[in-house]
Write a protein that binds this ligand. Structure first.
Ligand code: GLC
Length: 754
């Protein structure tokens, strides 16, 4: 009996000793020490204040707030600010508009000084801004092409440079939290944020987004500052069933894991410091209320240790949009339990009041609050904010430099896709005398940049740099030996007869963002279609230039236009890039980052499942053209020939790798860059397999007559497996085919007998 009693008492002691690392074994970093020490001095109110993010409109003077959308300067209302930082200890603010650098500097300098004067523990503010494609919210800031274009360069260096240039121009201004990149998969082409994605492929999105994150977070040129990226919007935001922003998504777990999760896992592997949550619901659960997604998946399974911030007003939306909570307090409880760290409230201190009440009622533990506050304080220490809380105004010369703009111009040049070039109409001959330019997007700046450019969605050109050319301007600047005429629709007849070529620009005429971009279908506007048809009626060679954030339907005119360029949203330097491609100064090298649908309705990605085109129930002939151009396709002015695809073996075992090589030769007369895309097809699978999947890409310039041998190493543990609905890895024996260019080779994967 005695022995039993002793065991009962001794065992717990033993367990305690065995389970707890002795301090010497667990290395605690300097930051962790500083975080714990600071945390220990904070009141509950201060902790909750650090978990709260307030919008800029709540701390500006009323007169500016009234005209916020056309704001051209910031004037802080110090009393409002003191209310937030003094009484509620608010730790983060966000947003802004494209005001000049000195205005940003004065605003941020005053914000931080007032905050540190009133902050008992001198905790600096962390400020978040949506610089999602260059310095979006800085007047005259360098604007890169949107992600849909960056992806079509198939060169991750442009994603990296986009992050570097953005932080190079804005870190001095106190912008240490960049709400980018969007890592959502571009699966739904109706979605109003399609252009913010890197297109329809998970691997391309992963590589591009990771490079963008590194460009932001590893920028050594912004010392003593650092910046944090924000992978958004975790998870399943980009495939609303109806295509309308923030409407319900129904994504089976296996599909979510195979197609939507890889990019966020890549972001975490790239050490992204923060993640923003999807505003929508997935399979009936709003993500902001999903413990399965925000804790079990994101924390426990993926191991993310950074800060999780809600999206705009999304705790309140649990009550007012999703109706899963009867009041804000219950909504707050759900979100804290789900696993958010910071609430982008963004226009009140309600979150603070609810959290404090929930802790005092014992429904949320203070340790749970400490968990989030630790992550936030650690982020602020990691960013060096405690040592360098203030902005600086001695390096404004960094903004909009020719070098920065050249980087954005190069990205635009390599992002534009030559979709069609019948009879090699392009590049236009030097001797060409008369070029007629028309189209509703030919003489406007807005259609080149889309949303998140100087404004949330700028509706007028006057927000754009004075020296930014439209497409018509740029063609005039490029073809100085020719007569270039821009004509509106009514004047076309006057000039069409003498024109040797007609360039018509079309696509999306207005900028949009978020719900502002929701549409019912992808049809091109009637008036644009009519204009293109009128242009075609003159029986002259026609070049169609598409500037749009998503693929508008053009099958009615596509086959008649001799040349078509997909320019996407190429940014402030985009018109120059377009003109240089028309003249041949630039040989286009972009490849589609998504499949451009031929007609409405049957809109599928390149990695469709085989039953889409079942061989036993062949589709009617006229239906077998689902895309005008498929993901990964794009023309060049030269001709690249793929030859000698070799595999070092046709049998691959579990712990081996397979080396594939292909030679690409430039058979044309122009030097050109070629992105070589390697795909793998899994011939049979327990879960239906995509017809093919991108596994690797590499881009090189090849001179006329020159060749380059590209290599791709297949690793079964990386390239041949897929997840089941629980995320378990499925790697099955069987035949696979490597596809590159117009070549393919088959091999068999045989795991070693157990
Ligand atoms: C918006 C967007 C998000 C953005 C945030 C802050 O609602 O969904 O992408 O970063 O609010 O502006």
């Amino acid at each position: 009996m005695m022995k039993l009693i002793l065991n009962i008492f001794l065992l717990p002691l033993l367990l305690i000793f065995v389970c707890c690392d002795s301090p010497s074994e667990k290395t605690i970093s300097e930051t962790d020490k500083k975080t714990e020490e600071l945390l220990s001095r904070m009141t509950l109110e201060e902790k909750v204040g650090q978990m709260t993010q307030i919008n800029i409109t709540e701390i500006l003077i009323d007169s500016i707030v009234k005209n916020y959308d056309s704001v051209t300067t910031f004037v802080l209302d110090t009393n409002k600010l003191i209310h937030f930082v003094g009484k509620y200890h608010i730790g983060s603010f966000l947003n802004g508009r494209a005001v000049p650098a000195d205005i940003w500097f004065n605003y941020m300098n005053q914000l931080q000084r007032v905050n540190l004067r009133y902050s008992k523990n001198k905790i600096p503010i962390l400020y978040g801004v949506d610089h999602v494609h260059g310095s979006s919210y800085l007047k005259e800031g360098t604007i890169f092409p949107h992600n849909i274009n960056i992806a079509s360069t198939f060169d991750t260096s442009y994603a990296y440079l986009q992050g570097k240039v953005t932080t190079y121009e804005t870190a001095d201004l106190g912008h240490h939290w960049i709400f980018a990149p969007v890592m959502d998969l571009g699966r739904n082409k109706l979605w109003g944020r399609y252009y913010e994605t890197f297109g329809e492929d998970p691997y391309l999105t992963s590589k591009m987004g990771s490079a963008f994150i590194r460009g932001i977070q590893e920028n050594e040129d912004i010392k003593p500052y650092k910046a944090a990226a924000c992978a958004k919007h975790f998870i399943g935001y980009s495939d609303p069933k109806s295509g309308w922003d923030r409407s319900p998504a129904e994504i089976p777990d296996q599909v979510l894991r195979e197609f939507f999760l890889p990019s966020f896992k890549a972001a975490i592997d790239a050490d992204v410091k923060t993640i923003m949550v999807n505003s929508g619901e997935v399979n009936g659960i709003p993500v902001h209320a999903s413990h399965d997604i925000l804790t079990k998946l994101l924390r426990d399974e993926l191991g993310f240790q950074g800060v999780v911030v809600t999206d705009w007003q999304d705790i309140i939306a649990l009550q007012t949009m999703h109706f899963v909570a009867e009041n804000e307090k219950e909504a707050t409880y759900l979100a804290i339990h789900a696993g958010i760290d910071m609430s982008m409230v963004p226009k009140s201190t309600s979150f603070c009041e609810h959290v404090i009440a929930l802790v005092k009622e014992g429904r949320i533990s203070e340790e749970r609050i400490n968990q989030s506050v630790r992550r936030i304080l650690k982020l602020k220490f990691d960013l060096g904010l405690f040592d360098n809380p203030y902005p600086r105004n001695d390096r404004f010369a960094r903004i909009a430099t020719p070098e920065n703009r050249e980087k954005a111009l190069n990205a635009a040049r390599e992002s534009i896709v030559l979709m069609k070039n019948t009879n090699e109409l392009l590049p236009l001959k030097k001797e060409i005398k008369n070029i007629l330019v028309t189209g509703y997007t030919a003489n406007k700046k807005v259609p080149l940049c889309g949303g998140w450019t100087y404004r949330f969605s700028a509706k007028s050109d006057h927000w754009f740099p004075q020296d930014m050319p439209t497409i018509a301007d740029a063609i005039k600047n490029e073809f100085t030996e020719s007569t270039v005429t821009f004509a509106e629709e009514n004047d076309l007849a006057k000039y069409a007869s003498t024109a040797e070529v007609i360039v018509v620009a079309a696509g999306e005429e207005n900028a949009y963002a978020e719900t502002d971009g929701s549409i019912n279908d992808l049809a091109l506007s009637e008036r644009q279609l009519k204009l293109i048809e009128k242009v075609l009626s003159y029986k002259k060679p026609v070049v169609l230039i598409l500037t749009e954030g998503r693929p508008r339907i053009i099958h009615q005119v596509y086959d008649t236009c001799q040349a078509v360029l997909f320019a996407g949203l190429p940014g402030t330097m985009g018109a120059q890039a377009i003109a240089e491609i028309l003249s041949g100064k630039v040989n286009p090298s972009g490849k589609m980052s998504f499949s451009y649908p031929y007609k409405q309705g049957h809109i599928i990605p390149y990695n469709y499942k085989r039953s889409e085109y079942s061989v036993i129930r062949p589709v009617k002939r006229e239906l077998n053209r689902h895309s005008i151009l498929e993901f990964g396709e794009g023309l060049s002015y030269t001709a690249f020939e793929y030859t000698d695809l070799t595999l070092n073996d046709t049998l691959l075992n579990e712990n081996e790798k397979l080396t594939a090589k292909v030679t690409v030769t430039n058979k044309g007369k122009y030097s050109g860059k070629e992105a070589v895309l390697w795909f793998i097809s899994d011939e049979y699978g327990s879960i239906t397999r995509p017809v093919k999947e991108l596994q690797y890409f590499e881009k090189h310039e090849i001179k006329p007559g020159g060749s380059y041998t590209f290599t791709f190493i297949t690793d079964p543990q990386v390239h041949l497996w897929y997840p089941d609905k629980e995320g378990r890895k499925i790697l099955e024996q069987g035949y696979f085919t490597i596809k590159v260019g117009n070549l393919s080779r088959r091999f068999k994967y045989v795991p070693k007998a157990k």
